[in-house]
Design a protein around this ligand. Structure first.
Ligand code: ADP
Ligand code: MG
Length: 561
């Protein structure tokens, strides 16, 4: 028997589970069932694609056993299983680098916090919310030796050799007295229906069945009524995306979201699409109502699972959909990809590229519909994910116009963000110039920038872009249809000859002052010029956007330096 310490982060998570997260405990079942389902998915793929697993039998099932006398709840699968090394790596440490962010995000609000569980692969540890001690008996497919992992969730775990009939994993939870409710078969069945109804594998459980008394023709009892135990399947186990839309209730869509997104919050919306034609595929995409906390991290968790004809392939492929759509959760399933597709093939596969392109278009058009018909919903979407979608303006040139049309912007004249389309309505029909100002500062600061004075005095609206990402993106966006994007400092008004002459005349009067200013400011400015654009302020700073030093400074800022 060997004793081991949990890695620090794993221990922190454990303590959190045990001491802080009391609400919504029931999700531990969702997490363990989801792990069992993952383990079956993994074995399924190997058996189908890897010769080394040819002799391995794949008979997928998940069993839940509640023992009221022993106060144990057991969840068992016939999946890939784990060897000693896997146990060390998977049930002692937390591999996901997002864990630290997860811990930092803990608010102390239990409802919120427990929604976060699972998003960072801390799913397994949820069992310590209800159990004072846990045993894992597991045998890896294709290997001989089984192992027993035990822990009381107190900082240590032990691994020793054990026996198990065939490959798979059995998790035995010794429940706390307070959590005995999770031994009740109705309670368990309800939880499974809520969170795991549509995982692709069957879950079985013993259920008491009431058998009414048997009576003869005269109504005399020959056999009394009794309760019989029956082992029954308690979930539907039909991959939800394969069912036709008209047969799926909203509740079922929502429940499936909960199981694949590990979230107890309702999704904002979903899009279920079946494509038939040259390439056959099905997509079911969800948009969460809240952004996950790792959305701006490089190592964000991907949310799309790829299936090939219902066989799970991967959920860790960032190329399945473009990064600017990383808010999506859901499934892509196609019959037209080879089962043994490797990551490299996936990235250069023409079928995959077609599915991806069509899916992107579909999502963009669904968003456009939402923006038009469900303004509040869209407002919610944009608040959470607008800046992520905005990244598409530079990363997806082909869809730039469509993405622009989905943008909501702050403008000089409006107190709320406005749809790009509405902003365009007020653009001068002759000039067709879209003026914008960028700057990483507060909205009110930017709106009060001296550079906007001449627009204010002329009553011209301007896009006021104060997000960090704007300073990078907008210099790259030069046009939309027949419109041109013009930075406020490049905008030209009053270009007729008379005005120019008058300006030149009065500029001469300031020559002395200009020289004096330049002399005293020295190298801290590039030049001092006379401008006629200011209405209220005496001076303004003008950035030379072409200057490499300026661009460098912007890049450094972007990298947080
Ligand atoms: P995640 O599922 O997000 O990876 P979990 O904490 O739920 O995180 O599980 C950690 C890891 O433990 C899994 O990635 C998997 O490798 C392993 N694991 C957990 N449960 C099982 C199981 N029933 N069968 C095989 N491996 C499992
Ligand atoms: Mg898990």
């Amino acid at each position: 028997m060997a004793k081991h310490q949990f890695q620090t982060e794993a221990n922190q998570i454990l303590n959190l589970m045990i001491h802080s997260l009391y609400s919504n405990k029931e999700i531990f079942i969702r997490e363990l069932v989801s792990n069992a389902s993952d383990a079956l998915d993994k074995l399924n793929m190997l058996v189908l694609t890897d010769d080394a697993y040819k002799g391995v039998e794949f008979s997928p099932r998940i069993d839940i056993v509640a023992d009221k006398d022993a106060k144990t709840l057991t969840i068992k699968d016939s999946g890939i299983g784990m060897n000693e090394q896997d146990l060390m790596n998977n049930l002692g440490t937390i591999a996901k680098s997002g864990t630290k962010a997860f811990l930092e995000q803990m608010t102390g609000d239990q409802k919120k916090d427990s929604n976060l569980i699972g998003q960072f692969g801390v799913g397994f540890y949820a069992c310590f919310m209800v159990a004072h001690s846990v045993e894992v008996i597991t045998k890896k497919a294709g290997e001989e030796q089984a192992y027993l992992w035990t822990s009381k969730g107190d900082g240590e775990f032990e691994i020793e050799k054990a026996t198990r009939d065939s490959h798979g994993t059995t998790i035995i939870m010794h429940l706390n007295d307070d959590d005995a409710e999770f031994l009740d078969s109705y309670r368990i069945e309800n939880i499974i229906k809520k969170y795991s109804n549509h995982i692709p594998f069957a879950i079985f459980m013993d259920k008491e069945k009431y058998i009414p008394a048997k009576k003869d023709d005269d109504g005399n009892e020959i056999e009394p009524s009794k309760n019989e135990i029956e082992n029954v399947q308690i979930n539907r186990a039909n991959a939800l995306w394969t069912i036709s839309k008209s047969e799926i209730k909203d509740e079922e869509y929502k429940d499936f979201y909960s199981s694949i997104a590990h979230s107890s919050e309702e999704p904002l919306t979903w899009m279920h699409n079946k494509a038939e034609g040259a390439i056959e595929y099905t997509t079911l995409f969800y948009i969460p109502s809240k952004a996950p906390m790792d959305i701006y991290r490089v190592d964000y968790q991907t949310g799309i699972k790829l299936y090939i004809n219902r066989v799970f392939i991967t959920d860790d492929e960032k190329e399945l959909m473009p990064t600017y759509m990383r808010f999506l959760r859901g499934v892509i399933d196609s019959k037209d990809l080879p089962l043994n597709v490797s990551r490299e093939i996936l990235q250069s596969n023409a079928v995959m590229a077609k599915i991806r392109n069509a899916s992107v278009k579909k999502v963009l058009s669904e968003l456009a519909k939402m923006a038009k018909n469900e303004k509040d919903k869209y407002e919610n979407f944009f608040k959470e994910f607008g800046n992520v979608l905005k990244e598409g303006l530079y990363s997806d040139y082909g869809n730039r116009e469509k993405i622009l049309e989905l943008m909501k912007f702050n403008t000089l004249k409006s107190d709320e963000t406005v749809m790009f389309e509405d902003f365009l309505k007020n653009v001068d029909e002759e000039k067709k110039e879209i003026y914008y100002i960028t700057g990483k500062t507060s909205l009110s600061m930017l709106k009060n920038s001296p550079a906007l004075e001449r627009f204010k005095s002329r009553g011209i609206d301007v896009l006021v872009l104060n997000e960090e990402i704007d300073t990078i993106i907008f210099p790259m966006i030069t046009e939309y249809k027949e419109y041109k994007f013009v930075h406020v400092s490049d905008a030209k008004f009053g270009e007729n000859e008379d005005e120019k002459k008058a300006e030149q005349e009065s500029a001469k009067e300031f020559e002395g002052l200009v020289k004096e200013l330049k002399d005293s400011l020295g190298d801290s400015v590039k030049s001092v010029e006379v401008t006629f654009d200011l209405v209220e302020s005496p001076v303004k700073l003008k950035e030379d956007k072409e200057d490499p030093a300026y661009m460098m400074a912007q890049m450094m800022k972007q990298m947080g330096q």
